[in-house]
Design a protein around this ligand. Structure first.
Ligand code: EPZ
Length: 419
């Protein structure tokens, strides 16, 4: 077990290069299964979830090597269609291996995925769509046994909700299918277009990755490619929140303005000076923060649910009252109690949190409840008076590459220690 020790009160300042996007790297790693030859992926962040995805690939017979941010995968030796339960349970995004393995082999056996406790994480939309594509799915002892006796067929799929994972699973399953698949009401998150671009580099025929309607014309086979994943927009938002919470000034190299419109808008409403371009974002929070009256998490291009917790932490000391509504997940306020231990004034009612700014937060011992909630506690600890200890940081390591090193480079007084 490890923990972070943070002495608050230092203004963050300086430049950081944003890591590669976890939520793009994971489905693209699954997509390696579909390729007919070696794939080289650059800009892959060193995260526990990435290692988990490489273990799943290995269990399928796909050899991988992960060196200095580059994953080389050799999908020519696929020898299994079964993903062991202990690997499936390590993260939610393991479910996208279903579409990839089915797309490649026409069969797959795996258990329900794991992941952060953000409320129920059903996969009904995934399964309904795959069934429409001719996949026979039976559930036995918590495992899904999937077969396609007549091959995978293209279909027109209307998603009741623009689910990111379901959109990715369908794209992966459709790339080698017989005929065209059209996904209506598809997720429009930038990670969807990144996956589409990766698959195109492998020879897939996909249009509309960011439009809400994705068309995939199945091809006979895909080849390998070299690809660099997009920058992590949620990490960018998180470090913006850390800088704003400490009254700092930072430049985020690699962050793309196009991915963060709704996020930069909230920081500007909070009184930050933000200037952004295609490959960097500058944030200056020298002025005291103002509350933001109404933040609602929504599917892209709305305000991203993954930025909700860090932005809430930043608003704990803002002047006035902020109202945050979490519309995507039913239980994504587990960081509120921990922030309250630091002196934050937050009242929750269902999916709405009312944050009344306080003059000070106070360092204390807190426990990361999930990935983004843990990042929120780090942001709050950086802004608090005194020393904080954040434990359960393995959850933070799922999505942030060496978070203490990045923050220390920006002037934070932070260290990691075994406990
Ligand atoms: C992806 O999760 C991300 N994870 C999440 O990031 C992110 O919060 C989420 O998209 C929304 O943007 C990865 O990409 C690995 P969804 P996913 O399917 O695919 C319901 C992080 O912190 N739903 O868009 O699981 C579901 O319960 C993580 O990096 C169904 O009801 O999200 C949720 O309420 C957390 N049935 C909503 O839709 C389904 O079949 C959004 O889920 C699928 C989803």
């Amino acid at each position: 077990m490890q923990r972070l020790i943070i002495k608050g009160g230092k203004q963050l300042s300086g430049e950081l290069t944003v890591q590669g996007a976890k939520n793009s790297a994971l489905p693209i790693l699954a997509g390696c299964v579909l390729a007919g030859s070696q794939v080289k992926l650059r800009g892959i962040p060193e995260l526990s979830d990435v290692y988990a995805a490489c273990r799943i690939l290995a269990s399928l017979g796909v050899k991988t090597a992960f060196v200095d941010g580059t994953v080389t995968a050799d999908p020519t030796g696929i020898s299994s269609i079964h993903v062991p339960e202990k690997l499936m349970r390590q993260m939610r995004s393991s479910i996208v291996f279903l579409g990839a393995v089915l797309g490649k082999t026409g069969a797959c056996r795996l258990s329900f995925p794991g992941g952060c406790e953000l409320g129920p994480r059903p996969i009904d939309m995934h399964l309904r769509a795959l069934r429409q594509m001719g996949v026979k799915i039976t559930e036995k002892y918590g495992e899904l046994i999937c077969e396609c006796p007549h091959g995978i067929k293209g279909a027109v799929i209307n998603l009741p909700f623009p689910s990111v994972g379901a959109t990715e699973n369908i794209m992966l399953c459709a790339a080698l299918a017989d005929g065209e698949t059209v996904i209506c009401n598809a997720a429009r998150e930038p990670e969807i277009e990144d996956l589409a671009e990766f698959l195109r580099c492998c020879g897939a025929r996909i249009i509309g990755g960011s439009s809400g309607t994705v068309r995939i014309k199945g091809v006979k086979e895909l080849h390998g490619c070299e690809y660099t994943v997009m920058p992590d927009r949620i990490c960018a938002a998180t470090f913006m929140a850390a800088a704003a919470a400490t009254g700092g000034e930072i430049v985020l190299k690699g962050a793309r303005a196009q991915d963060l419109g709704a996020v930069t808008d909230v920081f500007r409403q909070a009184g930050c000076l933000v200037s952004d371009s295609a490959d960097r974002i500058y944030l200056n929070a020298k002025k005291p923060l103002r509350a933001v009256r109404d933040i609602k998490t929504l599917p892209y291009p709305g305000f991203p649910t993954d930025a909700q917790a860090p932005v809430m932490a930043m608003l704990c000391k803002a002047r006035g009252t902020s109202v945050i509504t979490e519309t995507i997940f039913s239980s994504r306020f587990r960081h509120v109690d921990e922030l309250a231990r630091m002196g934050a004034d937050i009242k929750t009612e269902g999916r709405t949190a009312v944050v009344t700014g306080v003059r000070e937060l106070y360092g204390t011992g807190v426990v990361a409840p999930d990935l983004r909630g843990g990042a929120a506690l780090v942001c709050a600890a950086l802004a608090a008076q005194g020393e904080s200890t954040v434990t359960n940081i393995c959850l933070i390591d799922r999505g942030y590459e060496k978070i203490e090193k990045t923050l220390a480079l920006l002037g934070a007084d932070i260290r990691r220690e075994n406990c």
